[in-house]
Design a protein. Structure first.
Length: 292
């Protein structure tokens, strides 16, 4: 009857709460272990220029490479790390590793474009953000113009005035900014106009069905047109099929990131990828694969 049903429901609720709490604790322990034992590994996924099929940049994407649990994807630990603040240490580590790797590729004459690093809202809100970034650039010797930071709408929408200020400071350092996951957040077009960003990344959710749904195609078409009117470059995320690729070409999308070209890969493998793409490049050659 009603009472026992209610009792069961309570028990179920409390069990799942417990399980959730235990899971969170486990993940937090893994993150701390990862930071202590240097288990975080940065993978790199090329950004491809559609008109040439060549690499123009890449995104740094973190994984927790655990000796027993294997490679743990960011969606399993980033949300919790954002809550408990550990994202600040993870983010700093990723930035260091990504800047170091990119400087190595520059020195080897393999790459002179931008590496894009995701910046969480917690990092963005740090009062000494610029100094922290400047010291990592100094440490790794990577020029600021070879760095791009990806932020989401959620990061900038709560306090747009302060956000614009921070973004301008980063711009002054020479760092490019990209608005990530565009379309999934709050998308206030009036703010978008005022944000000093350089490119817009259209979320995979909008790209998934552009080859099947006329509505999705029209939406992406409008986003690209709007972005171009605002002098922003556009990156389509999560492109997997040639039918999507052809549509994006027709819509004049400049850059894509997706499994159709490459999955994110560890530094060593990415170095190989860069070597295969530019066998003719020597240390003395000037590379013009930056954004134009
Ligand atoms: P994101 O920044 O939007 O990164 C793009 C995600 O799409 C990556 O997932 C990438 O592997 C995935 N992706 C790219 N092309 C395809 C495709 O064709 N098909 C499919 N199915 N997926 C594709 P990943 O690496 O699992 O990262 C997930 C999210 O975790 C990122 O989304 C970002 O929000 C967060 N993240 C990753 N690394 C960092 C980091 O260092 N710092 C912070 N704050 N967040 C990070
Ligand atoms: Mg990103
Ligand atoms: Mg994204
Ligand atoms: Mg995403």
């Amino acid at each position: 009857h009603a009472k026992s049903a209610g009792g069961n429901r309570y028990q179920f609720y409390s069990e799942s709460l417990n399980r959730n709490a235990i899971r969170r604790l486990e993940v937090e322990t893994l993150i701390r272990e990862g930071l202590r034992n240097d288990l975080f590994e940065v993978y790199y996924q090329p950004k491809i220029k559609l008109s040439t099929g060549k690499i123009i940049g890449m995104e740094a994407l973190v994984r927790l490479n655990h000796p027993e649990h294997g490679v743990i994807p960011p969606n399993d630990f980033i949300p919790l790390a954002e809550e408990n603040g550990l994202i600040i240490d993870i983010g700093e580590l990723v930035l260091k590793k990504a800047c170091f790797a990119t400087q190595q590729w520059r020195i080897q004459g393999l790459f002179n474009g931008r590496v894009a690093v995701n910046l969480s809202s917690k990092q963005f809100a740090l009062p000494d953000l610029q100094q922290r970034i400047a010291s990592i650039l100094h440490l790794t010797q990577l020029p600021a113009i070879n760095l791009e930071l990806e932020i989401t709408e959620g990061t900038v929408i709560h306090d747009p005035e302060t956000a614009i200020n921070v973004m301008q400071q980063l711009n002054k350092m020479g760092i490019n900014l990209a608005l990530d996951d565009f379309g999934t957040g709050y998308s206030s077009l009036s703010y978008l106009k005022r944000f000093p960003i350089h490119s817009l990344k259209i979320d995979k959710a909008f790209i998934d069905d552009i080859d099947k749904s006329d509505k999705d195609l029209k939406m992406v078409d409008s986003i690209i047109t709007m972005a171009h009117n605002m002098e922003l470059t556009v990156v389509a995320e999560g492109v997997e099929h040639s039918s999507q690729l052809n549509i994006l070409k027709a819509l004049k999308c400049e850059y894509i990131q997706g499994y159709i070209y490459d999955k994110p890969m560890p530094m060593k493998q990415y170095t190989q990828r860069l070597k295969e793409e530019s066998p003719h490049i020597t240390q003395n050659n000037v590379i013009n694969n930056t954004y134009t």
